[in-house]
Design a protein around this ligand. Sequence first.
Ligand code: ADP
Ligand code: MG
Length: 366
Amino acid sequence: MKIVLQNLTKRFPNRNKSVREDVIAVNNFNFEIPDGKLIGLLGPSGCGKSTALNLLCGLLKPTTGKIFFGDDDVTGVPAEKRGVGFVFQNYALYPHLTVHENILFPLQNFKGKDKLSKEEMLRRAKEAAELVQISSLMERKPSELSGGQQQRVAIARALVKMPRILLLDEPLSNLDARLRLQTREEIRRIQRETKITTVFVTHDQDEAMSISDEIVVMKDGVVQQIGQPQYVYDHPANLFVAKFLGTPPINVFDGYVKGGRLFIGSENVMAAGCPDQNVSVGIRPEGFTLDKNGSITCRLSGVEVMGRDITVVSANSACEAASVRSIISAENLAAINGDTVRFSLKPDKVFLFNKETGAVIGCELN
Ligand code: ADP
Ligand code: MG
């Protein structure tokens, strides 16, 4: 089931009484979520992700705009009639019910023509439990499960209704690092098997990038960019998106273009096919190559060995942050010595941004 958001806006009165303006938690969303895909809604805390999900599931009414599931306008349809499965960060299982009873619970609420036979309910609960691999835990209470198992129960409970759409709000936040990895792979597998159109909310770029068919990057209620994770990483629309994606984060320098050359600090680093202007220069950590004749010079602060790669930590007065982090192959370790390091730059890992607006500048670099 595809989802279409049309001029979707949600305003809240500001909680801070001294501020007159409303908070615009979701600001004029216009995009389509294709049928059967997993979309990652990504942005820092407070950017409006949960509000967007709550609008989709019907727990909140939009201030303006419309929501369509397929061709149906569901904007005025109450939450329980939307056919949406919702999984929250804190699982929200019923503590006094067993796993089996928790999964059955939503089906027992079906009324009238939707009412299911006992056999059908049991069959569906069994199927959902198998899908998330908790069949052996059916008689336990939530308190007797690990966080990862509880989250699987929550997913089974959302799936048992055979929702048209699955919404997950930071479902992995309460899990430890290893379980997060495992559970996110599970979610991906379940989504592929069921082909339910899924919206997955997270503030963790790594998580969103790894499981999403497409990501929607948000800031202050405004969509910044939509696209396949690799595309957005390789073609950030603005400095915010460039900084939000990637670990270690992109390095940002003060620079300028003059006479067809890009300068960082006073160093002439590469050819730039755009008009003279001051720019912010973003360089991905993997965009540096150790080169004793390289065009950019940094003071060496240290080296972090990570096995396959090493991170060279250095300083450059044009850099916006205290350290420049560059990732190079561990084979080059021996070549790093002395007080300075020089790098040449990979042009496709270098991005220029407008100093005032942060928008990316179309500029041929080489
Ligand atoms: P996220 O899920 O990305 O962390 P939210 O959607 O929860 O962000 O919140 C977005 C913004 O809307 C925040 O500034 C938040 O304080 C505000 N907000 C959310 N819910 C309400 C509400 N019920 N009343 C007033 N402001 C709200
Ligand atoms: Mg939230």
